[in-house]
Ligand binder design. Structure first.
Ligand SMILES: Nc1nc2c(ncn2[C@@H]2O[C@H](COP(=O)(O)OP(=O)(O)OP(=O)(O)O)[C@@H](O)[C@H]2O)c(=O)[nH]1
Length: 683
């Protein structure tokens, strides 16, 4: 058997290298060549044309509708030559007569042995070192009348099937018309026009020129001067006749006969260079080149986009790679990872450290900020302390302080007891604030550690050291805060500059309680003028006598009000101080000291571990890294290959073989722009 698709070979170096490189790397990018669908009336010679294009004699041929199901023929460039059907994946065909038989058998199976057609395609892969990766489709011929045993609407079914394949803009249409029929009635041209009215992707193929009536010729059509001119013109071919097939004449022999036919025929002698199967191959070749030329810039853009996606990951992997024979390189890698981890933790908390500021997601630092300024003030809050329960406590405390005696002075002791109890009630919420921030810092540590993908042991160790230290810091901060509470509880500083006897609002009628002042007198005045009650806290107003009765204690007593005034004036000082110090303590211990620890101690602690164990790579990550690096290299190579392609030369060679094909202007400009982009990238 002889292969005769040499015309397509010139495309192999570029497209196949690009396809190969990307396929091998398992890249998601792939450069697809367009499908070529062969359409035409029944027995117009479609399968014969297709076979000539492939250069292989393996398709069923004969009278009647031979092609009754679509045949999707995938040509795949490979080292060895064989065929394989999708429906029989395990079987390898090396004998192409067997391929023909299998197509026949499968057609019968699909159509249940009837004479009907089916849209269920047969998919056949032909692997060969001589083909270009390309998909060709042989379709059933368009018929006019159903014969016995065929569905009434078979004509419509065939039309729909053909249209379904050729409607895709990237599909090249070979409209096959026999020369011994009137062109104006060509089914192929009619159906092609429906989907490609401009004729941009339709090539007219005139078969059976050798069978034309004596005294007639197809010269006008072949010179594109006939009744139905096509933008891309017509190409005349002389395929093997049924007799040739029966006599098993090979394709090489028939191609020689075809050449002789054109050379010797007086009407076509001057057209020998523009017709015949080899020329059709060249024309198709040019179409494909044009497609490549037009789609390369777009494809390159998409490759560049993928390159931009893959590059940062790849560079990260490359920077983390080390030669495991060299311990110092291993250490350098480890140290780099640790530095990066510390930087990531710091950057996530301290926004100013971060080079890239997200506009979509809050960072941990921003969350901590919310805890500082929203949650902490809300948790350390005694504004609503005056519950009925507290009123009752105040009165009972006062009465207990007096005991058997009748009290005439402000019960200072009761004030201290009540205030202490209230301050104490803040201890747990204040410590809880440490927990809230620590939990955010813990998440920050986990997130930063998660990016150490290649070395899971190192990642775990770093996370463990940092998290353990965070726990220590959390504990320590809680102790410090507890100490702060102890300080607050040890002394009620009623000499504080901010202390206001009724509610801490300075300047309100000058109602400041100072030592050596007559507190009883001031308070009495205040009560008379109804100034001890804060309108913001209605609970501080006079206690409902009914409620008082329920309590069975006189919570509305003058003394209770005096104590309330003192408590109310003192609490804001305490909450203000505690809020401020809790926040500062958390910042110092849980954040600053932790980061300080990471900077000073993390490497020291890691040094205690076995380096080679710590730097063991994760299998999954190794796989991912290799895949990423493979794709990175493949895309780089593919881009370089495309960049080296001499598009002008490619275009010139295309033009010299098939003058009527014009390339759209815009694609050239786009192409140059894209080249510039690519060149810049690789400069
Ligand atoms: N003499 C001569 N015979 C041809 C030519 N082209 C095709 N034939 C013959 O015409 C018959 C039909 O050819 P096919 O290639 O099977 O036609 P088809 O369009 O694929 O047929 P269907 O798939 O059945 O529609 C075969 O016997 C071919 O040998 C040609 O250029 N010259």
């Amino acid at each position: 058997m002889t292969w005769n698709n040499a015309g397509m070979q010139s495309l192999i170096p570029v497209t196949n290298k690009v396809q190969d490189v990307l396929n091998k790397a398992g890249s998601s990018e792939s450069f697809e060549l367009p499908r070529i669908a062969v359409v035409g009336g029944q027995s117009s010679g479609k399968s014969s044309v297709l076979e000539s294009l492939v250069g292989r004699d393996f398709l069923p041929r004969g009278n009647g509708i031979v092609t009754r199901v679509p045949l999707i023929l995938k040509l795949i460039q490979d080292q060895t030559e064989f065929a394989r059907f999708q429906h029989k994946e395990d079987k390898i065909f090396t004998d192409f007569d067997q391929v023909r038989k299998e197509i026949d058998d499968e057609t019968m199976r699909i159509t249940n042995g009837s004479k009907n057609i089916s849209s269920t395609p047969i998919t056949l892969e032909v692997h060969s070192p001589h083909v270009l990766n390309l998909t060709l489709i042989d379709l059933p011929g368009i018929i006019k009348i159903a014969i016995e045993g065929q569905s009434e609407d078979i004509e419509e079914q065939i039309r729909d099937m053909i249209l379904n394949y050729i409607k895709d803009d990237s599909c090249l249409i070979l409209a096959v018309t026999p020369a011994n029929q009137d062109l104006a009635n060509s089914d192929a041209l009619k159906i092609a026009k429906e989907v490609d009215p401009e004729g941009n992707r339709t090539i007219g193929v005139l078969t059976k020129i050798d069978l034309m009536d004596k005294g007639t010729d197809a010269r006008d059509i072949l010179e594109n001067r006939g009744a139905c001119p096509l933008k891309r013109g017509y190409i005349g071919v002389v395929n093997r006749s049924q007799k040739d097939i029966n006599e098993k004449k090979n394709i090489k022999y028939c191609l020689d006969q075809e050449k002789k036919f054109f050379a010797q025929h007086p009407a076509y002698r001057h057209l020998t260079n523009k017709h015949g199967t080899p020329y059709l191959q060249q024309a198709l070749n040019q179409q494909l080149m044009e497609h490549i030329r037009d789609s390369l810039p777009k494809f390159r853009k998409s490759l560049l986009q993928r390159f931009a996606d893959v590059e940062p990951e790849a560079l990260k992997y490359l920077s983390q790679q080390f030669d495991d024979r060299g311990e110092s390189k291993m250490l350098t890698t480890r140290n780099k990872i640790v530095q990066q981890f510390i930087h990531d933790v710091e950057a996530a908390i301290d926004g100013s450290c971060s080079q890239i500021v997200s506009t979509k997601k809050l960072t941990r630092g921003a969350y901590i900020n919310r805890i500082f300024h929203k949650k902490i003030p809300a948790q350390i809050d005694l504004a609503n302390f005056l519950t009925p329960e507290m009123k009752r406590k105040i009165q009972i405390t006062i009465e207990n302080v007096h005991g058997v005696h009748v009290g005439h002075f402000i019960p200072d002791k009761a004030f201290r007891i009540i205030t202490k109890e209230l301050i104490e009630s803040l201890r747990f919420p204040a410590q809880n604030c440490v927990k809230l921030v620590a939990s955010e810092v813990s998440t920050t540590i986990k997130e930063a550690a998660a990016s150490i993908k290649t070395y899971p042991r190192l990642r775990n160790e770093i996370e463990k050291i940092a998290s353990t230290e965070l726990l220590e810091k959390e504990k320590y901060a809680k102790t410090q805060i507890s100490f702060m509470f102890d300080c607050e509880l040890s002394y009620m500083n009623t000499n504080h500059v901010d202390f206001n006897a009724h509610d801490g609002q300075n300047g309100r009628d000058g109602l400041m309680v100072r030592p050596n002042q007559d507190q009883n007198h001031l308070l009495r005045d205040a009560i008379e003028h109804d100034e001890l009650y804060d309108p913001e806290y209605p609970e501080t107003e006079r206690i409902d006598p009914l409620e008082a009765e329920e309590l069975e204690v006189n919570a509305d007593s003058l003394e209770a009000k005096k104590v309330l005034g003192l408590v109310n004036g003192y609490l804001p000082i305490v909450t203000k101080t505690i809020r401020d110090l809790v926040l500062k303590c958390i910042m110092l211990v849980v954040i600053d000291q932790l980061i300080g620890f990471l900077k000073a101690e993390l490497l020291v602690r890691l040094d205690r571990e076995d380096k080679s164990v710590l730097m063991e790579e994760s299998e999954l990550e190794v796989e991912l890294r290799e895949k990423t690096l493979r794709e990175y290299e493949a895309i780089t190579e593919a881009l370089e290959t495309i960049n080296k392609t001499n598009m002008v030369k490619l275009d010139m060679s295309a033009k010299s073989t098939f003058q009527t094909f014009e390339a759209p202007e815009t694609s050239r400009t786009e192409q140059n722009e894209s080249y510039r982009e690519t060149e810049e990238l690789f400069d």
